[in-house]
Design a protein around this ligand. Structure first.
Ligand code: COA
Length: 429
């Protein structure tokens, strides 16, 4: 039986049969519903796209009620525990896990594309001493399109693959240099003997030693954080990448748009807010009064609640474990005690339980970043590095999808019509 929706237009009395496919109706089918021949047809009004599917996608599956997150069908828990970020990147971009040969070639290519043109270094050095690292990252990713004009040829699969490798490889270099810039320290070149996250740590923290030796526990924690941030289906930054990519511009310009979207406090900035909240609470004894304030509606418990997850955010559990591994290296942080106690109280309290408010991905990630001595402005840069393979997988799917068109929403026009223009000399006379 074909599923359909019968709609009766009470303006005309006409009934329409609209097919339902995959739990959706086609907006274009609604466009056939017209009050009269001159009418533009019915449209949907959906600010923020809260109930509009913009694409068909096989990259990431989320079931928010059950707390499920899968990349290409693989549960995030298994990937975080048994895989690594570069293998997960391969999976996201290609749709399948690599063979040994494919994996080795992928890791080799990414490792050997970590260097950037010296001119990129020079223009990054031109930023003000206090430039926000996300602004530097967004500008330098966008600028890469000028260094690789071949990237404009988005219809060639080999060319697309090369740009994807370049982007995944060079994001840590740009991110680390934005970090060093703020500190007035010399930029550190990539060390291709190290792992992806080991090299990133070297570019962040190496000083005069001839070779930087990353702590494996910290490299692993960062690798896991990157895996957990690698994709989250049609979120604001993926949508920005797709929207800009729909113009058929090169992937550097599209990813720069994703970095811009992630920069916003409603998207990438929440873990910074968690940290500010924990610092303000200051000690465990102050928690009850703080919780009362939250329940009275004076403020929110940052790092709790999610638009999609109405259950424990699966990423939060995994990050919590990594937080403990990092504290083994860095020493425990008094904010961790406050975070644990807050979590315990909130998970038992009727206010939070009835509203299905559980810890989200940002609750513990900020603590890890703080323990690694990143300033809060860097938190979103780390998110952007992890999210790059996701953005590129979404972009790749978009450019190969024959159904996609340039993204161009409708509007409900609320302004004046048909006014007569009066020239300045008459208006002001
Ligand atoms: C993420 C978030 C924006 C999702 O919001 P949402 O799905 O639109 O949920 P709503 O704002 O409709 O909230 C539903 C109810 O839960 C309450 N609520 C939601 N998040 C809350 C929080 N973190 N602390 C206290 N109460 C919260 C709301 O006050 C509302 O209560 P009400 O029904 O009595 O009015 C929201 O949970 C939030 O602001 N969390 C804190 C910020 C954060 O951690 N963001 C990172 C997301 S990854």
């Amino acid at each position: 039986m074909t599923e359909s929706l019968t709609v009766r237009d009470n303006r005309t009395g006409v009934e329409y049969d609209i097919p339902i496919t995959d739990g959706t109706i086609r907006a274009a089918d609604l466009g056939k519903i017209k009050a009269n021949e001159d009418n533009p047809g019915l449209a949907v009004y959906d600010p923020g796209f809260v109930n509009t599917a913009s694409c068909r996608s096989s990259v990431t599956y989320i079931d928010g009620d059950k707390g499920v997150l899968e990349y290409r069908g693989y549960p995030i828990e298994q990937l975080a525990e048994k895989s690594n970020f570069l293998e997960v990147s391969y999976l996201l971009v290609h749709g399948d896990l690599p063979t040994k040969e494919e994996y080795d070639a992928w890791v080799h290519e990414i490792t050997y594309h970590t260097f950037v043109h010296e001119n990129i270094k020079e223009f990054m050095q031109g930023f003000r001493y206090d430039a926000h690292p996300m602004g530097m990252l967004m500008a330098s990713v966008g600028a890469m399109s000028t260094f690789y004009p071949d990237a404009a040829n988005i219809s060639d699969p080999d060319n697309r693959r090369l740009q994807i490798i370049r982007l995944i490889a060079k994001m840590p270099t740009l991110g680390a240099w934005a970090f060093r810039h703020a500190q007035g320290k010399p930029y550190v070149y990539p060390d291709n003997d190290l792992s992806y996250t080991g090299n990133f740590l070297s570019m962040l923290f190496k000083m005069s030693e001839s070779k930087y030796a990353p702590d494996e526990r910290i490299a692993k924690a960062l690798d896991t954080l990157f895996i957990l941030h690698a994709d989250h289906e049609q979120n604001a930054s993926a949508n920005a990448v797709r929207s800009v990519g729909s113009t058929q511009v090169d992937p550097y310009s599209s990813v720069a748009a994703g970095v811009g979207a992630l920069f916003g406090p409603l998207h990438g900035g929440a873990n910074e807010a968690v940290l500010r909240m924990l610092r303000r609470i200051g000690k465990v004894e102050n928690i009850p009064a703080f919780i009362e304030g939250v329940k009275a509606g004076n403020e929110r418990l940052m790092g709790f609640g999610h638009r999609v997850y109405k259950n424990y955010d699966p990423r939060a559990k995994l990050i919590k474990q990594q937080a403990y591994n990092v504290f083994e290296v860095t020493g425990t942080n008094p904010l961790l005690d406050i975070a644990q106690e807050l979590e315990k109280i909130a998970l038992e309290d009727e206010y939070f339980v009835s509203r299905k408010l559980y810890p989200n991905v940002d609750f513990y990630s900020g603590l890890i970043y703080e323990a690694l001595e990143f300033p809060p402005e860097m938190f979103t840069v780390l998110f952007a590095i992890g999210r790059t393979p996701g953005w590129l997988s979404q972009w790749l799917e978009l450019v190969q999808d024959k159904e996609q068109k340039i993204a161009r929403p409708k509007q409900i026009y609320t302004g004046e019509r048909g006014l007569t223009f009066v020239p300045r000399d008459v208006r002001w006379a």
